[in-house]
Design a binder for this molecule. Structure first.
Ligand code: CTP
Length: 221
């Protein structure tokens, strides 16, 4: 326990989103939610009041954390915006970029002789960009980026495009890092700032990330 974030309110999003096609099918992704849950736990252990907006994962709620369960990107956006004002937003959720234009109210059935089908998708709201542009913008907005190549360049592009303060970039597709791993390695970039963290267990990385966040908001108060 520490008091690094005492008196601060931190909103964290974690996990995948599921975008429903019909009552039994959805589009999801391989996010386990572990990194975001670890960040929420680390923020609470540092004395913050924490709201964790969690996608559909079966993980235990960290001690001292208020959890809001959501399913879709639209629900995630609503829950995150409802949790503002806050001092910090950490967008660790792997929010779907696309959702079915229409969700069928009944199970879609195969038709004899029909060998293909087209699913029309539309863009989801960009929650991170919405938080960063909000009138109640938290002092520090932190995004995550999952990249298979050009880690730092892609993270810097995201920093500028979404007008966030820090981007923690994950290398995915290599052992010991990313979505389904217990450990992770992050490169955190900000304006005039770059730091490599790990490889380390997600809990240890989350503690370091929270220290970094605490330093950066202390510098801005
Ligand atoms: N994010 C979000 N809302 C979305 C999509 C992403 O809030 N609809 C947030 C994630 O929580 C994460 C960051 O944006 O913090 C990831 O950025 P994104 O551009 O989605 O990353 P990639 O999907 O890796 O980008 P790209 O498809 O451009 O590779």
């Amino acid at each position: 326990m520490s008091t690094l974030l005492a008196g601060r309110r931190v909103v964290v999003s974690a996990g995948p989103t599921f975008e429903d096609i019909d009552p039994v099918r959805f589009i999801g992704n391989r996010s386990s939610g572990r990194m975001g849950f670890a960040v929420a736990a680390a923020a609470a252990a540092a004395g913050a009041e924490v709201v964790l907006v969690a996608g559909p994962v079966h993980l235990e709620t960290p001690a001292g954390v208020e959890r809001v369960d959501i399913r879709s990107a639209a629900q995630l956006r609503d829950a995150v915006l409802a949790a503002l004002p806050a001092d910090v937003y950490v967008g660790a959720a792997a929010v779907a970029d696309w959702t079915p234009r229409d969700t069928a109210g009944h199970k879609l059935k195969k038709q004899p002789g029909v060998e293909r089908m087209t699913l029309e998708l539309v863009r989801t709201p960009d929650v991170l960009a919405a938080v960063a542009a909000h009138r109640l913008r938290p002092r520090l907005v932190v995004g995550f980026a999952a990249e298979t190549e050009d880690l730092v360049a892609n993270a810097r592009a995201k920093l500028a495009a979404k007008r966030v303060d820090l981007v923690a970039a994950n290398r995915v597709g290599v052992p010991g890092s990313g979505f389904e791993a217990e450990t992770n390695a992050l490169t955190v970039v900000g304006e005039g700032f770059e730091r490599a963290l790990g490889p380390a267990p997600k809990a240890a990385l989350a503690d370091t990330l929270i220290e970094l966040i605490a330093e950066r908001i202390a510098g801005r108060s």
